[in-house]
Design a protein around this ligand. Structure first.
Ligand code: NAP
Length: 515
């Protein structure tokens, strides 16, 4: 129930949902464009998104830091080429502090529902605190991987030991000497398996599908390198550009020309041979689908951990979970004290569980009945002034999501500047533009390696709803300018006076804008 005194009467230019890389980057670029009347709504008590939530042991990024960081904020003392979770989170906090974003953030403010008021051209956004925020633009920066996916396994609720998901790690739970069961072999599980195996008495890894795991060329970044990069910033650009080009080449293999992936398959095969001596275990760890169909993983610890005497790889399907263990379909009961779910995320739900209502009360979940889609992954017809960062079909299998976010941020920033220049108007992407874009995108996706028959989290209702089907530089070109011609312009100055008021208050601290 929303109380009247919780309604923020002064409409803002924008409300951003989320304070991960997307939200932070968007806020920085709005401020740099002179737009300060916006709020960042954060459900948690700290900034950071996925890099705040995923604190499991070994959590790290498999994209090198010079590329997995903002192009405009490169001067950072990364200790390693591939950074761990705590350093990435420290980088995010550094950006928030340096660009003065904290006054914009409202913590403990989970968005429950947002309604587009066509009369006034405003989004009415309700938070878990019972607050209502009015804003011309609603920018979602909630990521694709923020809601844990809990497996539908019979009896899971009966388990009497400790159970948690990898993104909700229980650091107070001591694994020493315990019999630990791990379900899942994705990017998260392969990172935490080794630290868990070092601590636990016994580990049983329940593998449904074997991943391709390649060595990760990680190393320390020396003090000399940091000094050199500060003295000669173009060198930094060179490193970033080189890393970008190498990763983009991988895209050629995933998207169009499979032979490009052959050297990666050889590197995987050598990695497996060198680390796993037991032929039976090697056979278990050999994937039965083309490399790249599921995400290619990079890690130096996983296979070595699987070769430890206290680790067992169980490939039998899980039949059920009981009070004290996991039963596989062959009837064997594996006694377990702690069950860790590395089972991934509900990635196809995008903005769920938020209820988003666009023009004439239309629900986003209804518009996405056949699977999520958007124009450029950013806008959806019937939902004016709703802009998504890392929305449908903007995930990658080969490059940095931060690069994609920067493309989207540029596009959305231009849209917001356009909105401010035209008080009272709203931009609604034309349905035929959205349909044409998605028809051609889905055609392109049919030729990618992701369509070659494996099961991955990229698909929903038979459609690839998560991945971008082209090169990242193509996406950058498409999003370089806000293409107003693709949009229907709604409204006629009905909110002109409101807009003028909002501008008057734009330099005031947020709190004073609350009625
Ligand atoms: P994921 O890739 O979706 O992996 C989930 C795992 O759980 C899969 O191995 C899956 O098996 C298994 N699983 C799910 N339900 C199961 C069931 N009922 N029974 C048995 N096994 C089950 O999830 P994730 O590892 O958390 O990674 C998700 C994404 O996060 C990655 O693809 C990546 O984009 C991102 N990530 C990135 C990094 C990084 O370094 N940048 C690190 C971690 C995560 P199947 O394969 O058979 O479905």
């Amino acid at each position: 129930m929303v109380k009247d005194d919780m309604v923020m009467r002064q409409p803002l230019t924008a409300a951003i949902i989320g304070t991960g890389f997307g939200g932070i980057g968007m806020a920085i670029k709005l401020r740099q464009a002179g737009i300060t009347d916006f709020v960042m709504l954060e459900k948690s008590d700290r900034i950071g998104g996925t890099w705040r939530d995923n604190t499991y042991p070994g959590a790290a990024c498999d994209v090198p830091s010079p590329l997995y960081s903002f192009s405009f904020e490169q001067d950072f003392d990364w200790p390693r080429f591939y950074s761990g979770q705590s350093d990435i989170h420290r980088y995010q906090q550094h950006c928030v502090d340096k660009y003065g974003l904290t006054p914009h953030v409202r913590f403990h403010s989970e968005v429950r529902r947002a309604d587009f008021d066509g009369q006034r051209g405003l989004w009415r956004i309700e938070t878990s605190q019972g607050e209502v925020v009015l804003a011309r633009a609603l920018i979602t920066a909630t990521g694709q991987l923020n809601r844990p996916a809990y497996p539908k396994i019979q009896g899971l609720e009966k388990f009497r030991g400790k159970i948690f998901h990898s993104s909700r790690w229980d650091h107070g739970h001591d694994l020493s000497g315990r019999r630990v069961g791990v379900i899942g072999t994705g990017a998260s599980a392969i990172q935490f398996l080794a630290p868990v195996a070092e601590q636990a008495g016994q580990v049983t890894l329940f593998q449904r599908t074997a991943p391709y795991v390649l060595p990760k060329p990680d190393r320390k970044i020396t003090a000399f390198e940091h000094w050199l990069h500060r003295k000669a910033p173009p060198l930094r650009k060179l490193v970033r550009g080189t890393v970008y080009s190498i990763f983009e080449t991988l895209g050629v293999g995933l998207l169009k020309f499979r032979p490009v992936l052959a050297p990666l398959k050889s590197a995987w095969s050598a990695h497996l041979r060198l680390t796993i001596k037991d032929p039976a275990l090697r056979a278990k760890l050999t994937p039965d689908y083309p490399i790249g169909c599921k995400r290619i993983l990079f890690d130096n610890t996983y296979y070595r951990a699987l070769a430890r005497p206290n680790v067992e790889v169980e490939t039998g399907r899980i039949k059920e979970v009981g009070e004290d263990g996991v039963v596989t379909e062959d009837g064997v009961k594996h006694e377990i004290d702690t069950l860790i779910l590395g089972t991934g995320f509900a990635a196809s739900g995008f903005l769920a569980p938020m209820e988003i209502h666009g023009r004439d009360g239309r629900e986003l979940s209804a518009a996405w009945r056949d699977g999520a889609e958007a124009y450029l992954g950013v806008t959806v017809s019937g939902f004016p002034n709703l802009f998504m960062l890392y929305g449908p079909n903007t995930n990658l299998g080969h490059n940095s999501i931060v690069y994609m976010l920067e493309s989207q941020i540029q596009y959305v920033k231009e849209a917001i500047v356009g909105l401010r220049a035209a008080p009272g108007t709203s931009f609604d992407v034309k349905a035929d533009v959205q349909n044409g874009f998605n028809a051609s995108l889905q055609r392109a996706l049919r030729n990618t390696v992701w369509a070659e028959g494996c099961k991955s989290w990229y698909f929903d209702k038979g459609k690839n709803v998560n991945n971008w089907g082209g090169f990242t530089f193509t996406y950058r070109r498409l999003t370089r300018r806000f293409d107003l011609a693709s949009y229907q312009t709604l409204g006629s100055g009905a909110v002109a006076s409101v807009e003028a008021d909002a501008r008057d208050h734009s330099t005031q601290p947020l709190e004073s804008a609350v009625a």
